[in-house]
Design a protein around this ligand. Structure first.
Ligand SMILES: Cc1ncc(COP(=O)(O)O)c(C=O)c1O
Length: 460
């Protein structure tokens, strides 16, 4: 366990590829298509659609069909969950209208919040376009619950990079981090196997009496597995067993719909996430959510808005509600596609001798993200260039690694997505540091990843 600021290994950059044209200030060079520099050079455009690499991928697909069936069963179960929540909330076309100004009496927003709470197995939920990102939703949850003198304990090691400035582990003085507000921080390292340290956990709770115990469900930029819902449930029991007053918050980014239930169903007090990841179903143009105990949701909203503004405020402009409602409905399907793509990436790259997390055959691991250890910066660049060339948007751009303000390592992104920075769409990225790992995620259809993978193999 480490006290505030004591250096555990840093991860590198937000997975959301925010810098489509400017990776950390280094301009990406559009490829001169007219001059033919991209043709056959980086994959999809002009790429032969059959041949040895294509056959290798189709053979992998044949092996994976039993796993694909299991994923389809998960999709069906989660689709039912959303469908039933929509029926329960009586979602209708009149809910798509949106609102302006203060947004009071927005029936669609209210009905969608109810549906979201139901999907999450939570007492209450808010989905708001005003959440800038997952980090912002998580920050609102934390600032809502924590007060000067309280402690925040991260139970899953160092939280995702973008939370370091929120906590006060990094960043400039005067930014208003939790630390500046008098909230102390400790973290419990994961074990060598990347699991929660179950032996140390009860003592860690008893020792500091943290107000909030924080769990990160997905891997971030670390080579570890996603927490299962069973592990989250066990953590809730251990933490509440040691101190019934301790709140359990879950960074749910990339976790939604990878299993049949969500953290609030097993006792987490708050789960928070981004709508341009899993629950937005690739349609949501932005926003985030918090779901859990009604008082904690309200406290988080007080940070997003202001004390006293109340949950019945905040306009939903234009078509936002229709897009997020349709997106959440489609999300289980798209998550299923991404899970299948992940299994395919693991099988093909694993067969070629690359280290993959979760590895080939680990089909019970509910990971939306598949990490491929490439071993060199050059291979990372080749990988990302091949993926970018297969993207529907900006395929003519060649990603290059770049320094991103505030991050220790250069990062490279392949993210030719319709929604800027959306990682529910096909994307791959990674920090330029040993062991040189590219993290792959998203995709509206696994066959798109099959094409990208073929390009990657040819490129490597
Ligand atoms: C586990 C985890 N938490 C939080 C975030 C931050 O999300 P956002 O980029 O939406 O702020 C990420 C981003 O990739 C992540 O992987």
């Amino acid at each position: 366990m480490k006290a505030l600021g004591a250096g555990s290994p840093r991860s590198a950059a937000p997975r959301a590829a925010l810098y489509q044209w400017r990776v950390g200030g280094v301009a990406r060079q559009p490829t001169d298509r007219a001059a033919g520099t991209l043709s056959n050079g980086h994959g999809c455009p002009g790429q032969a659609s059959s041949g040895a690499t294509g056959e290798e991928i189709w053979q992998a697909v044949r092996r994976l069909y039993p796993q694909f069936l299991e994923i389809d069963q998960l999709v069906a179960s989660n689709s039912r969950r959303v469908q039933e929540a929509y029926s329960q909330a009586k979602i209708g076309r009149h809910h798509f209208a949106g609102s302006t100004g203060y947004g009071y009496g927005d029936l669609g927003r209210k009905a969608f919040d109810e549906a979201m709470a139901d999907v999450m197995g939570a007492e209450s939920a808010i989905v708001r376009s005003q959440f800038v990102s997952g980090t912002h939703a998580i920050a609102c949850g934390l600032y809502g619950a924590l007060r000067p003198g309280d402690e925040l304990l991260s139970v899953t090691g160092r939280p995702y990079d973008t939370l370091e400035e929120v906590i006060g582990l990094r960043g400039s003085p005067g930014s208003g981090s939790l630390r500046e507000w008098g909230v102390s921080y400790r973290e419990l390292d994961l074990t060598h196997e990347g699991k929660i340290d179950w032996e140390a956990l009860p003592e860690a709770i008893a020792e500091g009496r943290p107000r909030v115990a924080f769990l990160q469900r997905s891997c971030g930029y670390a080579l570890r597995s996603t927490l299962t819902i069973a592990e989250i449930e066990r953590a809730v029991q251990v933490i509440k067993g040691a101190d019934p007053g301790c709140l359990v918050f879950v960074d749910n980014c990339y976790g939604e719909f990878t299993e049949k239930i969500e953290p609030p169903s097993v006792g987490a007090d708050l789960a928070m996430g981004s709508l341009i990841k899993n629950p937005g179903g690739t349609l949501a143009p932005g926003g985030g959510y918090v779901a859990g105990r009604a008082d904690m949701v309200e406290a988080a909203f007080s940070r997003l808005g202001a004390p006293g503004v109340g949950l019945d405020a905040g306009s939903t402009l234009g078509e936002y509600l229709r897009l997020v409602m349709q997106g959440l409905f489609l999300a289980p399907q798209f998550v299923g596609e991404a899970l299948k793509a992940g299994r395919l990436i693991a099988d093909v790259m694993g067969s070629r001798g690359y280290g993959v997390t979760p590895g080939p055959g680990m089909h019970h691991e509910p990971s939306f993200i598949t990490a491929v250890e490439l071993g060199s910066p050059d291979k990372m660049a080749h990988f990302c260039k091949a993926v970018q060339a297969c993207c529907p948007v900006a395929s003519y751009v060649q990603p290059v690694p770049g320094v991103t303000a505030g991050y220790g390592d250069e990062v490279i992104f392949a993210d030719g997505t319709f929604i800027d920075g959306s990682t529910s769409e096909l994307s791959a990225d990674g920090p330029l540091r040993p062991p040189y790992v590219v993290y792959c995620q998203g995709g509206t259809h696994w066959t798109h990843w099959a094409l990208a993978l073929e390009a990657v193999i040819q490129k490597l």
